[in-house]
Design a protein around this ligand. Structure first.
Ligand code: UD1
Ligand code: MG
Length: 448
């Protein structure tokens, strides 16, 4: 049998009743990414040989979020020990030096902490290494009971604990690394004769000790081990993660003028010397080039922003936005699936959807791409160095050539060739003296 270093089992079968949601708990997002994906991505940094997600029945989206990793099903929630047992087949009968068990609802754990646990198991050849955290009682966590030598003696669930044990502040985070050679033997010997009638994974510590094996504790800050059981916990986890992301962005050379009011996604990428004003929100899938300025109250998702671009204030960049270097996007401009060439400008009150804009083109205030007729979406292609007059409606599908202009207020329904001017509006008619005559007639009528 080939030997593999590390397998990871992610427990995610719990119902998450307290979320009061149609969505499985682990699919709720923090920093724009499902909790389960945070855990999978963090675990991936340990480069395991195999990863298995244990999910409950009827958990839409979990299979896709787990991919390409294996999914095992636990049809009935009979406890954490039972859940780990459900992963056995998905581990494919292979032998692993170690199996790491993490929870899908504990999204802030770091790869560094997990690696420390794996190293501790290797160093001590312990049957089990448990991740502990210091939480002042009273709390509902399992307590870690140490022996005189500092090894872990047992994990006692709060529901089963004596007052002396409940007074301990060293608590079980739930994360464990187990010797792969004995894991399923230990799990198979767990019994359900406890107050919840569940198979507690935590019981494997006592069983392993009975076999003469060691168990160890590695500690981590409680900030990493926040478990999400309610919407309030979700918000607390979001706040901690936002702080981390902001700190990392600044450490990498971005200026956040008011960090507390900038919201980042887990995958936001900033270049050097980016300046982000107060109250800017990044959804998933945003890459920001060097020297970009993003001014206050902008909302950005699924966008690539080229170096030197200036965005906002009050800009909305939606998925499919691609901006080359030095593009300017101003206030109340919305872009969706729009690609703008180098130095293009759309500075005021504009919607560009399903559009290509060439380099150096100026999009006047109030320009609208009319991209949708209630059925289909159509593209607007604007060439380089064009000038779109203010308040133009560009009715797609339409092509406007390089260097072309549209007159202000035009409704443009036909392609405009390069260097032409399109005027698509009614001709102006002047009536000399008519305003004065109107006022005179009205003031007699209204006796003013
Ligand atoms: C567990 C630990 C406890 C620890 C706490 C930390 C046990 C017996 N207790 O308690 O010592 O302090 O976590 O948060 O392990 N799950 C399944 N299938 C099940 C039961 C649970 O997949 O049948 C999953 C849940 O989705 C969750 C995780 O396992 O991700 C923990 O389950 P939960 O019911 O929250 O355990 P606790 O009672 O909090
Ligand atoms: Mg819990």
């Amino acid at each position: 049998m080939s030997r593999n270093r590390l397998a990871i089992v992610i427990l995610a079968a719990g119902k998450g009743t307290r979320m009061k949601s149609a969505l499985p708990k682990v699919m709720h997002e923090i920093a724009g990414k499902p909790m389960l994906r945070h855990v999978i991505d963090t675990c991936g940094r340990l480069d395991p040989d195999r990863m298995v997600v244990v999910a409950g029945p009827d958990m839409p989206g979990v299979e896709k979020a787990a991919a390409p990793h294996a999914l095992a099903h636990q049809m009935e929630q009979r406890g954490t020990g039972h859940a780990v047992g459900c992963a056995q087949d998905a581990l494919g009968g292979r032998r692993f030096d170690a199996v790491l068990v993490v929870y899908g609802d504990t999204p802030l754990i770091t790869a560094e902490t997990l690696s420390r646990m794996v190293a501790e198991r290797q160093r001590t050849d312990a049957a089990v290494v448990v991740l502990g955290m210091r939480v002042a009682p009273p709390n509902a966590y399992g307590r870690l009971v140490l022996d005189a030598g500092g090894d872990l003696d047992a994990i006692v669930e709060a529901a089963e604990a004596s007052p002396e044990i409940l007074a301990l502040d060293l608590c079980n985070s739930g994360v464990m690394v187990i010797d792969g050679a004995v894991l399923f033997d230990l799990v198979g010997r767990v019994e359900d004769g406890n107050s919840k009638g569940e198979f507690y994974l935590t019981d494997i510590v006592g069983i392993a000790r009975g076999d003469g094996r060691r168990a160890r504790v590695v500690e981590a800050p409680v900030d990493e081990l926040v478990g999400v059981n309610s919407r309030a916990d979700l918000a607390a986890a979001e706040a901690i993660l936002q702080q981390r992301l902001r700190a990392a962005a600044m450490a990498d050379g971005a200026t956040l003028v008011d960090p507390a009011s900038v919201f980042l996604a887990a995958d936001t990428v900033f270049g050097r010397d980016v300046v982000i004003g107060p109250h800017v929100v990044f959804g998933p899938g945003v890459t920001v080039g060097d020297r970009v300025q993003i001014k206050s109250f902008s909302h950005i998702e699924g966008a690539r922003i080229g170096a030197g671009a200036v965005i906002g204030p009050f800009a909305r960049l939606r998925p499919g936005t691609e901006l080359a270097e030095d593009v300017h996007i101003g206030n109340f401009v919305e872009l969706k699936n729009a690609q703008l060439g180098r130095g293009a400008k759309a500075n005021h009150l504009t919607y560009l959807g399903d559009a290509t804009v060439g380099s150096g083109t100026n999009i006047g205030a109030g320009t609208i791409t009319v991209n949708y007729d209630g059925f289909g979406k159509y593209r607007t292609e604007i060439g380089a160095r064009a000038f779109i007059g203010s308040h133009s409606s560009l009715v797609a599908p339409i092509t406007i050539g390089d260097g072309a202009m549209t007159a202000a207020g035009s409704v443009v329904t036909q392609n405009v060739e390069a260097d032409a001017i399109a005027i698509g509006r009614a001709r102006q008619i002047d009536k000399p003296g008519r305003a004065a005559a109107f006022r005179a007639a009205q003031s007699v009528k209204h006796k003013k």
